[in-house]
Design a protein around this ligand. Structure first.
Ligand code: GDP
Length: 455
């Protein structure tokens, strides 16, 4: 049986109330020891009770609300007690110290230990436990919603049937190896490979959601690129909603990379306003351009800003040449002035552009639409279907996909079926790593150790 652990569930010094959580067989005994309900009240399970917290010597530490939640319908599936006390860190520490001194063998929880117990007691699988941490660290509401969907079993709900199907497929193929002459075994074999094909396609579809899912989770890195004076800083400021970057009529005023985080449709966007690119740049401006180039390389998407009221020139070309392989949208700015450049001119200038969007950065017109289009272009949209957001899951799925592909290839090449069966078995192993079924204790320990204390 587990020992009893405790930890603050709220971060230190953050608010009026702090919550201390206790989980394990001694949770009720611990509360009975240190908590005295007011006015002769009694502790009723799953109800908050008001009273005082005292130490072993009967000295008052704080007034508090306490709840006792009996196993098994709790977060950890164990007996849980929660103390809501005042958020003063010294009071919280005094209560934690008092708990450690009780003659009940309580100890401070390690990072992620409550969630680990939920995992070990079968309440959550590993991908769901990871979703708990993702919700806590989510950037933006869309990211939090994607994590919540995963906590509700989104990824597991897809992977569990695949594990079942593959297990059946391996059994069918292996039966065929033992009795190769039987007709019905050939049929089972055939069925086995059909199942492998179906799991392969499912994994492929889920993996395709990863690029967008990763952005929903971590935010979109977006570089604003263009020659001086096209309105990059104005676009940046319009997005940020305030004057963050310096706007000037003098060319070459943005010399460092300015960064801002905005949120569009609940998805975080990290904007980088890069230094204007121009041929005669030198000194500090030149260094700014180099930094900008690094930002472009690291970006998920770039916005190439062109001035719609002036003809294209060599500096526009220089800016365009910095884009490399980064997916890019064109922002045709200064849409309020008499037009010189058309959308067709912009496309002809940079045919790889994923779209051309007119805007007027000075007035903030068309700016939100531009960022929405950028999110859409890289597949970062909130969607009803389950999206893959976690790098560990993506790695395991990529491995499973590769193994299933090689199983299908072996079948095509007429290689004996035991080779394919072995690949399918390894793919099963990879899928089991996502739910935690086939991971070693050490790896599971490493994953939970990255979680925060008190969760
Ligand atoms: P950057 O050098 O590319 O960052 O350009 P800035 O944002 O500093 O803008 C250069 C000049 O263009 C400033 O005088 C801005 O007021 C002006 N500007 C920017 N956007 C617009 C726009 O949409 N319409 C008009 N008419 N002027 C703009």
């Amino acid at each position: 049986m587990n020992d009893t652990i405790f930890a603050p569930a709220t971060p230190p010094g953050m608010g009026g109330i702090a919550i201390i959580r206790i989980s394990g067989p001694q949770a009720l005994a611990a509360i009975t020891h240190c908590f005295v309900p007011k006015r002769g009240g009694t502790l009723v399970p799953r109800r908050l009770t008001y009273g005082t917290i005292q130490n072993e010597q009967g000295e008052w530490i704080d007034e508090a609300m306490v709840a006792f939640l009996p196993a098994p319908h709790t977060y950890t599936c164990e007996d849980v007690a929660e103390i809501q006390c005042h958020g003063n860190p010294s009071l919280v520490n005094a209560i934690l110290f008092m708990l450690s001194q009780l003659p009940l063998g309580l100890r401070p929880a390690q990072p992620g230990e409550f969630t680990r117990r939920a995992f070990e007691n079968g309440r959550l699988d590993l991908s769901e436990a990871e979703a708990v941490m993702d919700i806590i660290g989510a950037q933006g509401t869309a990211s939090a919603r994607a994590s919540l969907a995963q906590l509700r079993g989104g990824i597991s709900a897809q992977i569990r049937p695949w594990i079942e199907q593959l297990t059946q497929a391996v059994a069918a193929i292996e039966a065929g190896i033992d009795f190769p002459e039987d007709d019905w075994e050939e049929e089972a074999n055939e069925q086995g490979f059909t199942q492998i094909q179906s799991v392969y396609s499912g994994i492929d579809r889920l993996l395709q959601t990863y690029r967008g899912g990763r952005i929903v989770r971590n935010g979109l890195r977006c570089a604003i690129v263009g020659k001086p004076n096209v309105g990059k800083s104005s676009l940046f400021n319009a997005a940020a909603g305030f004057e963050r970057a310096l706007v000037s009529q003098e060319a070459g005023t943005t010399r460092d990379v300015v960064e801002e985080c905005i949120s569009i449709d609940g998805i975080a966007i990290r904007l980088f306003d890069t230094a204007g690119l121009r041929l005669q740049a030198q000194g500090l401006e030149q260094r700014g351009m180099e930094l900008g180039k690094q930002q472009i390389e690291m970006a998920d998407v770039a916005l190439l800003v062109l001035d719609a009221s002036a003809p294209l020139d060599a500096d526009d070309r220089l800016a365009m040449e910095q884009l490399g392989e980064v997916p890019c949208l064109i922002a045709l700015n200064k849409g309020d002035l008499p037009p010189v450049l058309s959308r067709e001119d912009a496309y002809a200038f940079y045919p790889q552009a994923l779209g051309v969007y007119s805007c007027c950065a000075a007035e903030g017109q068309g700016v939100v639409e531009l960022f929405r289009a950028a999110l859409k272009a890289v597949g970062a949209e909130e969607s009803q279907q389950t999206v893959l957001t976690n790098a560990r899951h993506a790695e395991a799925l990529t491995r499973a996909k590769r193994l299933l592909f090689s199983a299908l290839e072996a079948r095509q090449a007429g290689v004996p079926p035991d080779v394919a069966a072995m690949d399918a078995r390894e793919a099963l192993q990879a899928l089991g790593e996502i739910t935690g079924q086939t991971l070693s204790q050490e790896v599971i320990h490493t994953i939970f150790s990255t979680f925060c204390v008190g969760k």
